[in-house]
Design a protein around this ligand. Structure first.
Ligand code: IPM
Ligand code: MG
Length: 366
């Protein structure tokens, strides 16, 4: 019987509600497939600021480093958003754990479920069949490059600087991951940059092109980020695997999430270097935020968290069969027409978080 150490970090808003369901899913999988998930919980984000004055404590970082995987709810609350110069912000917890765990690869699958295609603001004929994965670089680029600081000019004016920086190794590992994933899917990799303007993007393109020689069976396409943002809504079916810089990925994945119209269903995985066995310590986080407007009402959609939990089983525990069992249970509930309010059509009966979760967990292995 295998034992896995999981750190659950529920965070703020609806984070605790959906994380509680993720934990129940792990327990259900554990019982069914005879694994032990040793789960510890700690506050992060606004919850940690209120309690400890920081968005994530050193102890929580150490606990994450000692775990096989981290299940992350959501962070952020309106009371922290009003002061853009605030010294402590909930989001810092997320940025710190990404960096300290070396989670350089952020996988964001975007798949349109035909049963939910009408929930998108885009036309069904454009989005039907969409199925791609964005791999966003997560520990470098504009988010972490130095210098990053406020300054004063010689004439006493306020100024500020951020830096977009990559070295060739950071780019090459993204390229290898992208090519390997594309090879296991439909064989197409799109690399997104701004090589017509930025020297860092010119290096990005050069390194990706060099790495492509090792993957002659994968079709490589380079897109400039502005054009990519257009093609994402014009011909989204043409994408298979996309790799891109940290901030470009932040922006493009919010856009991509709208193809599905069901933000409450999109998971993400942030991974580090792979072991021989193909697993990695990872952080698994729904794309939806903390949604403070519906927090505490018991109506949040737990499906993104379930799909995160499936990714955790696959990528950090190497439990492919278990991951599929959970994904199949989610698909079965959706196909049978079960809906939380965010994906229900007007007039359709909507389930609460717990009702939806029970329906999915009851379908595991059925
Ligand atoms: C995301 C979020 C975060 C980011 C915020 C909360 C710091 O937008 O995961 O996409 O910018 O990376
Ligand atoms: Mg974002």
């Amino acid at each position: 019987m295998a034992t896995f150490k999981i750190l659950a970090l529920p965070g703020d808003g609806i984070g605790p509600e959906v994380t509680a369901e993720g934990i129940r899913a792990l327990q259900a999988i554990g019982e069914r497939f005879e694994h032990v998930f040793d789960i510890r919980e700690e506050p992060v984000g606004g919850a940690a600021i209120d309690r400890y004055g920081v968005a994530i404590t050193d102890e929580t970082i150490a606990a994450a480093q000692a775990s096989d995987a981290v299940l992350w709810g959501a962070v952020g609350l309106p009371k922290f958003d009003n002061d853009p110069n605030a010294k402590v912000r909930p989001e810092q917890g997320l940025l710190r754990i990404r960096k300290e765990l070396g989670l350089w690869a952020n996988l964001r699958p975007v798949k349109v479920d035909p049963a939910l295609a009408d929930a998108s603001t885009l036309k069904r004929e454009v989005i039907e069949g969409v199925d791609f994965v964005v791999i966003r670089e997560l520990t470098g680029g504009l988010y972490f490059g130095q210098p990053a600081e406020r300054r004063t000019t010689a004439s006493g004016r306020r100024a500020a600087v951020n830096t977009m920086a990559y070295d060739e190794d950071e780019i090459a590992r993204m390229a290898h991951l992208g090519f390997r994933l594309a090879r296991a899917r439909r064989g197409k990799l799109t690399s997104v940059d701004k090589a017509n303007v930025l020297v860092v993007s010119q290096l990005w393109r050069e390194v990706v092109t060099e790495v492509s020689k090792e993957y002659p069976d994968v079709q490589l396409e380079h897109l400039i980020v502005d054009a990519a943002s257009m093609h994402l809504i014009r011909r989204p079916r043409d994408f298979d695997v996309v790799i891109t810089e940290n901030m470009f990925g932040d922006i493009l994945t919010d856009e991509a999430s709208m193809l599905t119209g069901s933000l409450g269903m999109l998971p993400s995985a942030s991974l580090s270097d792979m072991t021989e066995a193909g697993t990695s310590r990872g952080l698994f986080e729904p794309i939806h935020g903390s949604a403070p407007d519906i927090a505490g009402k018991g109506v949040a959609n737990p499906l993104a968290m379930f799909l995160c939990t499936a990714m955790l089983l696959r990528h950090s525990c190497g439990l492919e069969e278990e991951a599929r069992a959970l994904e199949a249970a989610v698909a079965s509930a959706v196909n049978e027409g079960l809906r939380t309010p965010d994906i229900a059509k007007p007039g359709e009966r909507a389930l609460s978080t717990r009702e939806m979760a029970d329906a999915v967990l009851g379908r595991i292995g059925k």
